[in-house]
Each structure stands twice: as C-alpha cells, then as structure tokens.
Design a protein around this ligand. Structure first.
Ligand code: GTP
Length: 385
C-alpha cells in the first residue's frame, strides 16, 4: 500500500500521539495473514466493511433496513453517520441471526466521521470490534454529503496495518428521479460535486426509486452514470430491494477481485464527458511488460504530484484507478488499485497464459483525463524497452 507522505503526516497529525494506531499490529503483507489462517473463515477471520453512500434521500437507510431484515446467514453490525443537528453520537445497531435487535450508542468526539475520519472512524469500529463474535459483517452508511473516498481510504489503510477488518466494497445509491440533477449540479468552487464522487468511487451503483422516474429520464441517467463510472455494476431497484449477493462480499479491494476484473475491463469503454470537466472513465491497453519502479512513478505523478496534464493543459485528477498489469519478474497478473492518493499493487492468483499474452490494461475514473496522453506516457515511461 502506498500513500503520499503528506497524507500520512496528515493522518498522524489527526491522532493524538499516545493513541497512534491503537491496538494495531503491523504485518508484512496481507498474503502473509491469509497464510496464517486469517482468511475468510475461522476465529481469526477478518470482518468485511461495506460502505453505503448516496445523495440525500436516495434510499440508503431503506437499503440498510432491507439488508438487516432479509434472510441471510450474517450477523450484521451497522454504523450510521448522522450529520444531524447537535448529533454528537454515532448509533450502532446490530441484528442477530434470529432478527433480535439491540442497540448501542457509541460516543464520538464530534459525531462526524467525515470531518475527522481517522480518529472517530477507527474508534467506532474498535468499540464494535470488542463485540467480535457477535457479528461478522459491518455496514457503514455515510451521510448524503460525504466523500466516500476519505472513508474508504481509512478502512483500506487500516486493513493493511493488520486490523481485524477489511474494506469489501463501496455501494452508491442513486435517486432515479433526481439523480441526474444531483450529478450535473455545478459547484461554485468548481470542485466535483458529492453525488458524482459517490458514483465515481462505487463498485456497485443502485439506481433506486425507478417507480418515480420516466423511462427517458432513466435512460439519460443510466448513460450519465456509465460515462462517469464504466467499471461499477449498475442495478435498478425500487425500495432498495436488491439481491444481497450483489451487495455483500464483493472483495472489490483485494487481489481476488483480479480474477473477475479482466472480464469486466474488457467491457469498459472510454467515455465522452457529459459536461466540461465532468468525471469520466478512461481506459487503455498496452501489451508488454511494465517496470515496477516506473509504474510507481507513473501512478505517483498522477495521484500524488498531480503533474500529468491533458493536451489542453488541464491537470488530470484521478479519483479511482483499477488495472491489471504485467510486471517483468512476476508470473501472475498484478492488480493495481487506487483511491484518491492511496494505491496498491498486488499479485493476483491468475498467471499469464503465455509471454505473448502479457499486457497492461488500466481504467481511470476522474476529471480532465486524456486517454491519448495517459496511454502514451505509460507506453514510453513504464514499459520496458
Ligand atoms: N417511491 C419510492 N420511495 C422510496 C424508494 N426507496 C426509498 N423511498 C423513500 O424515500 C425516502 C428517503 O429514503 P431513505 O432510505 O431515508 O433515503 P436516505 O438516502 O437514507 O436519506 P438520507 O439519510 O436523508 O440521506 C423515504 O421516505 C423512503 O421510504 C423507492 O424505490 N420508491
């Protein structure tokens, strides 16, 4: 896992010195933990965290309630992050297998996960973890105005540090009636609006309230969502009723997802922006072997230094990055994952069929992305001669 120095310093600064990374023990690699029997089952099993995001009123709570009351074999704990007036608490509900509901209030310093993510987020989860054994899945609902990238980064880093939890996926609920309005709203400061960020980062997009939208509006919304995020799965629902297998256990951030990523990436196309400076998906493929050090520099220039510019001279801004690459000395495909300033390279279980099959396919979701520039830069600076 790689993060910019600044980000690390910021994260450390957010935590009081004596509480830095409480109860977390560094491990060498995730693979090591799996070999130690801390895989998907057993007493040492890590608990998945699914982030549920979506704009105000899209149907997040409806989705949570649906998941909690549906038949499944999981004991799910929920963390709700309320931004409400004077709310300085975070409410955690846990539902046992037989549907019995109990409630616990976790006191947080300011009740807002988004403001001081590092601190409060981990504290809440750690409190929950003391109940380990009582639940085996965590759903975290962000507020409608949250940037899920910040929340996701926190859990992603935490998993790497040997925590008992791992980030499983990001689910974004979109309102079919007002979604297009939310996605196309321009912010006065020129920043990417929250609704778009939530869609850009999602592994699963739930297009909810389809009963309220006209077919032609729905079509435009589908196309806009697809152009923003060409990778995420889109499901259409009413009252957030979805097949739970599509929501839980996505493993979107681990090497296992590399197995399904290849097929998914074949279907991704580079999109035309629906607005100037809007978020789009861009993808390219370049055959050959990549050099690991050069690949790191390429990604860091994009995510950390932000020095890569489009032909029009605009700074490219990447929100999400996924790819499968061929590194010279690695027999298996390597998955590249990036969220904001964090990224990771990890070998998947999938080996290359032959030397001639070795290739690099990358998908970027972000703003001002210029496919030709990215592809050219990759081919000339990352590939071995
Ligand atoms: N007609 C219709 N109403 C829905 C549907 N899904 C949810 N609702 C209603 O829409 C309203 C908002 O749903 P919530 O689940 O509270 O939305 P939310 O995203 O949690 O809202 P915030 O927490 O305020 O951001 C509620 O009154 C729901 O009953 C749907 O598919 N169709």
């Amino acid at each position: 896992m790689f993060q910019a120095d600044g980000a690390e310093a910021q994260a450390e600064a957010a935590e009081p010195a004596e509480e830095a990374c409480p109860e977390l023990v560094p491990i060498e690699t995730k693979r090591g933990a799996e070999e130690d029997g801390e895989g998907s089952s057993g007493p040492g099993a890590k608990i998945p965290v699914t982030i549920i995001t979506g704009y105000l009123g899209a149907g997040k709570t409806t989705l949570l309630n649906y998941i909690l009351t549906e038949q499944h074999s999981k004991r799910i704990a929920v963390i709700l992050n309320e931004f409400g007036e004077g709310s300085a608490v975070e409410k955690a509900l846990a539902v046992s297998q037989d549907g019995e509901l109990y409630e616990e209030w976790l006191e947080l310093r300011n009740g807002c996960l988004c403001c001081s993510v590092k601190d409060n987020g981990l504290r809440a989860i750690e409190n929950l973890m003391q109940k380990k054994g009582k639940f085996d899945y965590i759903l975290l609902e962000t507020t409608g105005l949250a940037d899920p990238g910040a929340v996701a980064s926190m859990f992603w880093v935490d998993a790497e540090l040997g925590s008992d939890i791992y980030l499983d996926g990001i689910v974004s609920v979109v309102d079919s009636k007002y979604g297009l309005k939310h996605l196309t709203e321009e912010r006065a400061d020129g920043a990417v609006n929250e609704a778009t960020r939530q869609v850009a980062l999602a592994d699963l997009i739930i297009l909810n309230k389809t009963d309220l939208a006209l077919e032609e509006d729905l079509n435009r919304l589908r196309m806009t969502i697809r152009s923003i995020n060409g990778l995420g799965r889109i499901l259409e629902t009413q009252r957030s009723r979805v097949d739970l297998r599509a929501v839980l256990d996505l493993h979107a951030f681990d090497a296992l997802s590399g197995i399904s990523l290849q097929n998914k990436m074949l279907r991704v196309a580079t999109a035309q922006p629906h607005l100037d400076h809007s978020i789009v998906t861009v993808t390219f493929e370049v055959p050959g072997n990549a050099q690991e050090e050069s690949l790191n520099v390429f990604i860091q220039n994009l995510l950390w230094e932000k020095t890569v510019r489009s032909k029009a001279g605009q700074c490219m801004e990447v929100i999400r990055l996924k790819g499968l690459v061929s590194l010279r000395d690695k027999p298996h495909q390597v998955i590249v994952q990036g969220v904001h300033e964090l990224y990771d390279l990890e070998e998947t279980p999938v080996s290359w069929a032959s030397n001639s099959a070795r290739t690099n396919r990358l998908v970027f979701i972000g703003r001002n992305l210029d496919k030709e520039v990215l592809q050219q830069l990759f081919a000339t600076t990352v590939l071995e001669a």
